[in-house]
Design a protein around this ligand. Structure first.
Ligand code: PLP
Ligand code: ZN
Length: 413
């Protein structure tokens, strides 16, 4: 029994379930949210505990996480990624204060490691021999890596469009990889049928209620790294919606447990070519599926699995929604790289592209303090990095050729 958890509650109908390691969805089809006992947490967890905690990983927040006290942490170091004060970029954007949380520095190079580490711990608690998931890429590579380190085999379904770097990670981590010739929606449905057929442990977003609990550690960290000074906004890229829902959950947990005295607003950023959640907020209508028309593969999600939780999070936080074009995403890749030395994959920098656009549209007061989360590393998708920044000049190995090339490229050392 988890002492800090009361139950798992359906976000649609409110029905409550005992939170067991294999708890999935409500009988009504709704997704479950883990409900905590904040009185218990307040009595057992303080800022002072954190100050003296030597654990530099997401597991330093264990009292706020749904794991058994004696569950071993995962072998790879997940979490405690750097939070940079991004003064160069803030200046270019004309923003009072900007912080970049570089979650590309996780062991498999994306924020998804936080959810996959949680899935591995829960699968071990469930004594499950095998874990499976479908993914646009990063959930897959993070599950494969974290499970490999824990000695658990994985079955992983990815759409065939997944970038090579991510597929290489899967193969290197020894996953059984099924590349599906179809959309992410098709991939998800096939994985669901296979999981039912073989009874694997399910690490699919929105079916497994523990994943957003893992992802929430990103905002727990941001707040601790800011010494509990609450920023005005936190910007995130949104696909399935599990990340933004988890980020919001972490903030609400800290508020309920008395660690912070107010809540920031969320900036939900999607790609123009695939923005079903933002469109629902902007038109104030129920969300509807969209085509997956963006090069930001990690957020090319036409049928978002965590729609209910994500829409609640954006609305509750009085959030801002911004949609950005693929060109704006590529421009943000260059801008982050050149001003801050941070290389994000397309979906990784989409949040930052959204901050820029929100300022341009007048949706965001330049006098704000903003945290932008970079959710994945650019080396995962080198092809789009080159697309963003172009090929370098090619020269013969002589000084003469070098001088010519400098002349041609208007470079004056
Ligand atoms: C998965 C992912 C996202 C979006 O998270 P969702 O939970 O699908 O909304 C954003 N960026 C990257 C790099 C991701 O891998
Ligand atoms: Zn229900």
């Amino acid at each position: 029994m988890l002492k800090n958890v009361k139950c798992a509650k359906c976000v649609k109908c409110g029905k409550e379930y005992e939170a067991t390691p294999t708890t999935t969805t409500c009988e009504c089809g709704g997704i479950l949210d883990i409900v905590y006992d904040y009185d218990y947490i307040k009595a057992h967890f303080t800022k002072d505990d954190l100050e003296h905690c030597p654990d530099r990983s997401m597991w330093r927040y264990r009292p706020l996480l749904p794991v058994e006290p004696d569950s071993a942490p995962t072998p790879l170091r997940v979490g405690w990624s750097p939070l940079y004060k991004a003064d160069n970029l803030a200046k270019v954007l004309g923003l009072k204060a900007l912080y970049i949380k570089d979650d590309g520095q996780n062991p498999t190079a994306s924020l998804k490691d936080r959810a996959s580490a949680m899935a591995v711990v829960k699968a071990r608690e469930a004594k499950a021999p095998i874990i499976a998931c479908s993914s646009t890429g990063n959930a897959a590579s993070s599950l494969a890596g974290n499970a490999a380190a824990a000695g658990i085999p994985t079955y992983i379904f990815v759409p065939s469009r997944a970038p090579k770097g991510k597929v290489a990670q899967l193969r290197i981590f020894g996953a059984t990889v099924i590349s599906v010739d179809g959309s992410y929606e098709d991939t998800f449905e096939l994985s669901k049928a296979a999981i039912q057929r073989w009874g694997w442990y399910d690490r699919n977003a929105a079916i497994n209620p523990y994943l957003s609990e893992g992802k929430k550690t990103v905002t727990l960290e941001i707040m601790e790294q800011l010494h509990w000074q609450v920023p005005d906004f936190i910007a995130l890229s949104v696909g399935d919606g599990c990340t933004i829902a988890g980020a919001w959950k972490g903030l609400k947990d800290l508020y309920a447990a008395g660690f912070i005295d107010k809540l920031p607003r969320l900036i939900s950023v999607q790609a123009e070519g695939c923005c079903p959640l933002n469109r629902a907020i902007q038109t104030n209508t129920p969300w509807e599926p969209m085509e997956e028309n963006t090069l930001a593969d990690s957020i090319a999600v036409g049928v978002p699995r965590n729609a209910d939780k994500a829409l609640n999070a954006i609305r509750e936080s009085n959030g801002i929604t911004v949609n950005v074009s693929d060109d704006e995403i590529l421009a943000a890749m260059r801008l982050l790289g050149r001003t801050q030395g941070v290389f994000g994959e397309p979906a990784g920098v989409t949040g930052t592209a959204g901050v820029k656009k929100a300022l341009e549209l007048g949706l965001l007061d330049p006098d704000s303090t903003v945290v932008s989360v970079v959710t994945g590393n650019g080396l995962k998708d080198a092809a789009n990095g080159i697309k963003a920044a172009g090929e370098p000049m090619l020269v013969k190995p002589t000084m003469e050729a070098l001088l010519d090339a400098f002349e041609e490229n208007d470079i004056h050392p």
